[in-house]
Design a protein around this ligand. Sequence first.
Ligand SMILES: [Zn+2]
Length: 168
Amino acid sequence: MTKEHEQSERLTQDVLYPAHADRTESAEFRKNKRLLVKQLDVPCWICGSRENREVHHLFEWSLFPALDTDKMLDTLHAFDPYGYTHKMGDQPIETPDDIRNLLVLCGHHEVGGVPVPGGHHRGVNLGVHEITLPIWLSLRAVKPGVEITRAIGHAQNEDKKLRSTNQS
Ligand SMILES: [Zn+2]
């Protein structure tokens, strides 16, 4: 049996983004965000919180011009958290802001009273943009009271750094 242990890894990824339009919040995105967050009141997919909700693109927005939309659709049939892909059948995907490509996540999370800015979307050691898929997915199923990443430690260190900068 292996004892509980901590393993720290630094991940480097080199991504080749295709030429893409300037990032703006499209009318389609605003409409879908309003539907998911305001009308349907969908919580964070990881923790169920309704704090500072943000809407995540499953397939990266800026990679869209490099993606085969049939293969996107095929994948979204396998990962269909709100049932829209099933409901819409084979209707082609024309924009990364399509509701089938969106997932609601918290943009702020607290662990034991310690705030982790960015939450399950962008938070260090917590967010889908910050950790690998197997670890992030495990956060959704973690047992109560168990911590599997150092999200708090990081947030506390950042807090200390800020305080010491403010004092000097
Ligand atoms: Zn969350």
